[in-house]
Design a protein around this ligand. Structure first.
Ligand code: EPU
Length: 421
């Protein structure tokens, strides 16, 4: 079994170049299925979720390959089936967005209930209700959704919660619908804006992305485009927290500060110096870590994905912090792993109460999910002695080359095993 071994205690120094966003890439890849022809995506991270989607595309008859210049080419001209391989679909959440894309190419398509991180129930009811409002008939049998529609029609859809996935899915489905679709109370994450930019580059007519109301005027045809994925704000945030917890000083390059405002603001409140640079920001900590309270919210609030590594930082704060998770009902499984390292964390319902202590100590721990994996890596960087991390399948889904990046920043970290993306 692959493991990451960290000997903690070394402050991070140097610079790290942030790669392309996972959550943006997987949404854009699903959208690429709408489009006959060759889509070219730059800045795509080489992570497991991208390879899983590529395998699904291959099954559907679409060809994907990384070019020599690093760009990902997707040729979805000749789709041969609209039945997705369910065991692969179940490995990730964003695969569900393929349903709306495939129903633009076929009258019938089927996609299994998606998987992804185990951080709560994560139903797909908003997706289903929205697709039905666009004219699709759906039924669920044996864990597989099958949809039927000859062409989606525009509709007014109001989401119960600003779900990122449902917003993306409906944007994809509606872009070739007849008439106008309005999505109210939609998500406003940077990845939503970027998906809109991609679809617009392909000929879609979309307005309002980045606000709580998106308007999509369906078009008859979309054409392929060449597009660059945005930098991964969650990867940038993770490295920023890693620098902070180790008392380091690093430059985070190719990061969009605007996408990270809530995280940067909480880092500053925790006593960390953050200064903007032309292509990112510098993170430095010399003083104590101060306790802070965090409440996760949909964008532009504090991102739920960052509460996990941030909790590791707060384990070493000079006082008591509280993290309240409002997006998912159960995103605290990682806290039992931090407790193995000496963290004093009590979870009550949706709030984690973290009593900061002077030290963490290395221990064998596991990645409970993708960002839970980031939390134990970050904690391991500051812990005394050796931290041995397993369950790396989660980490590999979203962090490209994390061990190499940390080594380049001066951390004592190695990986054992054979996994190669
Ligand atoms: N929800 C429903 N019904 C739905 C859809 C969502 O009840 O049909 C609920 C979810 O259970 C959750 C909340 O709404 O409680 C928000 O879910 P959302 O749909 O926004 O999340 P998602 O699209 O499944 C994406 C990211 C997650 C990130 C969330 C929130 C991808 C592939 N995943 O998930 O990323 O936490 O948005 O920003 O884009 C991660 O990167 O580690 C990760 C989990």
């Amino acid at each position: 079994m692959d493991k990451i071994l960290i000997r903690g205690g070394l402050p991070l120094h140097g610079a790290v170049q942030i790669g392309g966003s996972k959550n943006d890439t997987v949404a854009i890849m699903a959208a690429a299925l709408l489009i006959p022809g060759k889509t070219v995506l730059h800045n795509v991270p080489r992570i497991k979720d991208v390879y899983t989607l590529s395998k699904i595309f291959c099954h559907l008859g679409a060809a994907t390959s990384f070019r020599e210049d690093g760009a990902l080419e997707i040729d979805a001209t000749n789709l041969t089936t609209s039945e997705t391989p369910h065991e692969l679909v179940r490995q990730m959440r964003a695969s569900f967005n393929m349903l709306g894309a495939l129903l633009n190419r076929f009258d019938t398509a089927s996609v299994a209930m998606p998987g992804g991180c185990d951080i709560g129930a994560r139903p797909v009811n908003f997706h289903i209700r929205g697709l039905e409002q666009l004219g699709c008939k759906l039924n669920l049998e044996h864990g597989i959704y099958t949809g039927h529609v000859s062409r989606f029609h525009g509709a007014d859809v109001t989401l119960e919660f600003p779900s990122a996935g449902a917003t993306q899915h409906l944007m994809i489905a509606a872009s070739r619908a007849t008439g106008t679709t309005v999505i109210e109370n939609c998500a406003a994450e940077p990845e939503i804006i970027d998906l809109a930019m991609f679809l617009i580059a392909c000929g879609a007519r979309i307005e309002g992305a980045g606000t709580s109301r998106i308007v999509i005027d369906g078009v008859d045809e979309l054409h392929p485009a060449e597009f660059t994925v945005i930098p991964d704000r969650l990867q940038a945030g993770t490295f920023a927290i890693a620098a902070a917890i180790t008392g380091g000083d690093i430059l985070i390059k190719n990061a969009v500060v605007d996408h990270l405002r809530p995280v940067i603001s909480k880092l500053e409140e925790a006593g960390v110096d953050v200064t903007h640079t032309p292509d990112g920001f510098r993170v430095r900590r010399t003083g104590k870590i101060l306790p802070v309270d965090i409440r996760t919210m949909p964008h532009p609030g504090f991102p739920t994905d960052m509460q996990q590594p941030f909790a590791s930082l707060l384990c070493l704060a000079d006082g008591v912090s509280m993290i309240t998770e409002t997006v998912y009902e159960s995103r605290f499984r990682y806290t039992t792993e931090l407790a193995r390292m000496g963290a004093d964390i009590r979870v009550e319902d949706r709030t984690a109460i973290i009593r900061g202590s002077e030290r963490l100590t290395g221990a064998p721990v596991t990645c409970t999910d993708l960002r839970g994996g980031a939390a134990v890596v970050v904690a391991g960087l500051a812990a005394e002695g050796e931290t041995e991390i397993d369950g790396l399948g989660h980490l590999d889904r979203g962090y490209e080359g994390i061990v190499t990046h940390l080594q380049n920043l001066g951390a004592d970290v190695t990986r054992t095993g054979t996994y190669q993306v």
